[in-house]
Design a protein around this ligand. Structure first.
Ligand code: OGA
Ligand code: NI
Length: 340
């Protein structure tokens, strides 16, 4: 078995200034919950949430609960397979198409080389997804036996939901409904990240997922286990929890949408904390641009009062910079900023 897979060889303890207890995490502010069946309000409410939070939750989204439950069970069962069965998928190579791995941070303030890498208290499983074409399931686990089918069914639904949300966001920006989709290019590589957070004996010393923005993404559609909190989002300098609401998706904007909207909408920092008693599972479905597509502020959103904040770049160029920053607090978006 791959020795790197043994959790007990890892260091999970964060330096004091990076531990979750250093920051207040209780406030009464809530991430907005938007009723997608409410045609009169949804465009405005989404636009407001995008401006104020970069995050929102959706209800009455039209995705059957059974399909969501099946995929969450399949993902959970995968993470709970015997260690050596999962270990086949373990890889430290981010280019691997199907990959089980641990997030980590490099702490350059620590002199001891071994202690430099701090692992997050989680495991992540990532692979492609596609709303229509099932080819992506070829390399997926055959155990649990329902994994492939549950995932392809779910992918279809999330394809529809993400298109719907992207058009509502486009409308809110005063653009044609298909404007953002068009801007992202034809048939991009879509990625999913499933995250598994085991109960943690010392939640105050570590994190499940370190502070990050979804950099390579325009839009993320996240499903989280019911009854366990963990996801936290920065709002006006405070961390607020996104407590799970039954049969709801958490939607957040990634860096690519921040750039396309010319900074009007922000890709907001978030993290996952651990808890002592219960495991938590989340499934993030990332909608990315096509790698050959030119990304930059959308023309209609640029004028004399709103000069372009970013230069145009090919999305593959962004990805290259992203992978070069592995293990650090990534600052990729900033590389494409223009001085105004
Ligand atoms: C992610 C993410 C949050 C969560 O996968 O990018 O932010 O709640 N996940 O697990
Ligand atoms: Ni994220």
């Amino acid at each position: 078995m791959d020795h790197k897979f043994e959790m007990n060889t890892y260091n999970f303890i964060l330096p004091e200034d990076k531990r979750p207890c250093q920051v207040p995490s209780t406030t009464s502010i809530q991430i907005p919950i938007i009723d997608l069946s409410d045609r009169d309000k949804r465009v405005k409410e989404i636009a407001k949430a995008c401006e104020e939070y970069g995050f929102f939750q959706v209800i009455n989204h039209g995705v059957p609960q059974g399909i969501c439950d099946r995929v969450m069970t399949a993902v959970t069962d995968f993470f709970e397979l015997p260690c050596d069965e999962r270990a086949r998928f373990f890889s430290t190579d981010p280019a691997e198409e199907v990959r089980l791995y641990n997030y980590y941070l490099k702490d350059n303030d620590v002199g001891d080389e071994k202690k430099k890498v701090i692992n997050m208290w989680s495991q992540s499983f990532s692979h492609h997804w596609h709303p229509e074409n099932n080819d992506f399931t070829r390399l997926l686990p055959t155990n649990p036996p329902q994994y492939k089918e549950a995932f392809s069914e779910y992918a279809k639904e999330i394809g529809d939901l993400s298109n719907k949300i992207l058009s509502l966001i486009s409308e809110g920006l005063g653009l044609e409904k298909d404007s953002l989709q068009k801007k992202m290019g034809e048939d991009p590589t879509r990625k999913s990240h499933a995250n598994y957070y085991p109960p943690c004996p010392n939640p105050e010393l570590t994190l499940g997922l370190s502070v990050h923005t979804d950099a390579t993404v325009a839009l993320t559609v996240l499903r989280q286990s019911e009854g366990v909190t963990g996801l936290q989002v920065i709002k006006d300098g405070d961390w607020i929890s996104v407590d799970p609401v039954p049969n709801t998706f958490v939607i957040n904007l990634g860096d690519q949408l921040q750039i396309m909207s010319n900074g009007r909408y922000k890709s907001v920092h978030h993290r996952a904390v651990t808890n002592r008693d219960k495991k938590r599972v989340s499934l993030a479905m990332f909608c990315r641009p096509n790698e050959n597509t030119l990304i930059g502020p959308i023309d209609e959103l640029v004028d004399d009062q709103h000069p372009p904040l970013y230069r145009h770049f090919r999305f593959s160029e962004f990805l290259q910079n992203f992978f070069n920053q592995e293990g650090t607090r990534r600052r990729v978006c900033e590389l494409f900023e223009l001085q105004v």
